[in-house]
Design a protein around this ligand. Structure first.
Ligand SMILES: [Ca+2]
Ligand SMILES: [Ca+2]
Ligand SMILES: [Ca+2]
Ligand SMILES: [Ca+2]
Length: 610
């Protein structure tokens, strides 16, 4: 039935007419309300968009009808459909009619539509007469794009992996047709705008990454953005859509499957702390994140909040005006967890990097980790292990910011190796340091080569410092993470200078160096997740041994600009006369009474194995 109303002056009259019709029918179906159901008895309805702005007028859990025109239906994760979930209390079915919010109705010829508990999809008839109801979400039980076929990759032991970190927009443009998606044009001459990198570009360069020796990639967030400046992906507009600059969900699935075929695991960056900066003047993120009650809205976190370690402000305030999500609203927590499960099921990724974790309540990080049932590693941007390490009890692991600062001091500024000993002295605070994400730099800080002091008297000579840092990081405890471009000698400063467009020169000396260290790491379980014992430390020299089920490796690092000779005693598990070969070169050394005497060139790293 269609009730034509030509304009607002007739609106009250329309409501009277509508109620005259609708109030009768609930009585006809009153028998539906005699069955007792659980309190969480709910109905989810997908509405295939016929009315441009559809409303659903329905009988609520208390048996009363909504006030006409009812509830505006929110966009769903399925393109072309809106969606609503209604608690029907003790009712057996949901009774509902649809309208355009302005007097045009579709109400099953005045008999109301009836939806069973669970999920249904309603498709209006093209001529807007009686529509049809099918069980399940649009296209079947999976509420959107094709589910990737299982590729038997299985659960990933992240403690054995090494990660290459990709900022997708700045990596490789494999499909120029998507560069101006949504009207947000790519402009490579502006470092703060989209540059065109995409999933296809990553697919095209997976062998570049594999040959560099990495066994995993971490990619920046894939959710739909809504800004010419949100190329990085951290300003979500629509959680349930993939940003078109990067490609489609189908292309994302292809990326994951292709990576898996090359034994490369995939970690996805996710942001559950905030959306983009939409409130208060630019609307909100897309439904269902379009409710004011879903945000804290208590203003920005101030420098004073950080300085005074005001954790409630750090968790509830906005990070740089980004709209802070209110996880203590149960609807928000549920939606974020459902979204996390959905994006994993859809894409087939193997783990999540949780952005801005120190701004998210710890209890929610734990809930989220449990719900998504995969590996989660939190970004807790803080140099104090006493603050950072506790987060490893809520996510599976944390990015090791304290170690980042230590590496910067020791290797970037020729600091004392005793700082490494000091850093390791705090390892007891973490749940499992073999899962700490270690890094020299990332997209939020100056690149190592920008910050490093260089050789005394020749400050531009920084590569020896970088190689020593890489040699340490790629062999020591934790999951090593290398930011794209490190292997090309990129040296950008603060954001956005540190987000250079990639180049792919496999002859670069740094590319070859990383590939070499990674190949040694990949063939030695001791260097992946073996136990680690310090064997030598002084100002200029550090040595450690790692052991794993009979596999042994000794790593020695000279952090000075002069050659250094040391006798390292007390090595484990080597019989007298054992020859240890330096896998980074051609030299070898013989174990004598558990000791070796060895000379390292300036800034040299040696990796000794049998
Ligand atoms: Ca592109
Ligand atoms: Ca927060
Ligand atoms: Ca805001
Ligand atoms: Ca987990």
């Amino acid at each position: 039935m269609v009730i034509l109303v030509s304009g607002k002056p007739h609106f009250k009259k329309m409501i009277l007419i509508v109620f005259g019709v609708l109030l009768l029918f609930p009585l006809l179906f009153s028998g539906s309300y005699t069955t007792t159901h659980a309190a969480d008895n709910s109905v989810t309805v997908y509405y295939k968009i016929g009315f441009t702005t559809p409303y659903i007028h329905y009988r609520q859990a208390d048996g009363n009808w909504t006030t006409a025109p009812g509830t505006k239906m929110a966009d769903s994760e399925v393109s072309g459909y809106t969606k609503i979930t209604v608690n029907i209390g003790s009712a057996a079915q949901l009774e509902a009619v649809f309208n355009n919010g302005n007097g045009t109705w579709d109400n099953n010829n005045s008999k109301n539509y009836l939806f069973n508990p669970g999920t249904s999809t309603f498709t209006p008839n093209a001529s807007n007469t009686v529509g049809t109801i099918t069980t399940g979400a649009p296209g079947g039980t999976t509420p959107t794009n094709p589910t990737p076929a299982p590729d038997n990759f299985g659960p990933v032991d992240w403690s054995k992996r090494s990660i290459y970190f990709i900022m997708t927009d700045r990596f490789s443009d494999g499909d120029t047709s998507n560069n101006n998606y949504g009207g947000f044009a790519s402009n490579k001459s502006n470092p703060s705008q989209w540059h065109g990198g995409d999933f296809q570009g990553i697919i095209n360069n997976l062998d570049y990454i594999k040959n560099l020796g990495f066994t995993a990639i971490w990619i920046t967030p894939v959710t739909m953005q809504k800004s010419v400046n949100a190329y990085h992906g951290y300003h979500t507009y629509d959680f349930y859509s993939v940003d078109g600059h990067l490609g489609t969900m189908t292309k994302f699935q292809e990326l994951v499957k292709t990576a898996h075929s090359k034994n490369i695991a995939v970690m996805l960056d996710v942001v559950v702390n905030h959306t983009g900066d939409f409130r208060p003047t630019n609307g909100t993120a897309k439904a269902p994140f379009d409710n004011a009650d879903w945000y804290h809205n208590v203003g920005d976190i101030t420098q004073n909040d950080y300085n005074s370690n005001n954790q409630s402000r750090i968790e509830n305030g906005d990070v740089a005006s980004l709209d802070d999500l209110k996880q203590e609203n149960a609807a928000v927590a549920t939606e974020l967890k459902n979204w996390g499960k959905w994006i994993i099921a859809q894409s087939g990724v193997d783990g999540l990097r949780v952005d801005t974790a120190k701004h998210v309540p710890k209890w929610f990080l734990k809930d989220f980790d449990t719900a998504v049932n995969t590996f989660t590693i939190g970004e807790v941007f803080n140099g104090d292990p006493a603050y950072v390490a506790d987060y490893s009890n809520y996510s599976d692991a944390v990015l090791d910011f304290p170690m980042y600062y230590t590496i910067q001091n020791v290797f970037g500024h020729d600091g004392s190796m005793n700082q490494i000993k000091e850093r390791y002295s705090q390892d007891y605070r973490y749940k499992n340091t073999n899962l700490n994400g270690t890094f020299l730099d990332n997209h939020d800080v100056k690149r190592f080569l920008n910050d490093a002091s260089g050789k005394p008297g020749n400050a531009s000579d920084k590569w020896p410092q970088l190689k020593a840092a890489l040699g340490f990081m790629l062999t020591s405890r934790g999951i090593p993470i290398v930011y794209q471009g490190t292997e090309q000698g990129f040296s950008g400063g603060d954001d956005p200078a540190n987000r250079e467009d990639m180049t792919f020169n496999t002859n670069n000396e740094l590319y070859k160096y990383i590939a070499k260290v990674n190949s040694i790491r990949n063939s030695h379980p001791a260097l992946q997740n073996g136990t680690q014992k310090e064997k030598w430390v002084d100002t200029n020299f550090y040595g450690f041994q790692r052991s794993n089920s009979g596999d042994e490796a000794v790593v020695l690092i000279n952090n000075s600009w002069e050659s250094q000779t040391r006798t390292i005693p007390n090595l484990d598990n080597f019989s007298n006369g054992t020859v240890l070969r330096n896998q980074m070169g051609t030299d070898s050394v013989t174990v004598n009474g558990g000791s070796i005497t060895i000379t390292l060139a300036p800034k040299e790293v040696k990796i000794l194995t049998k």
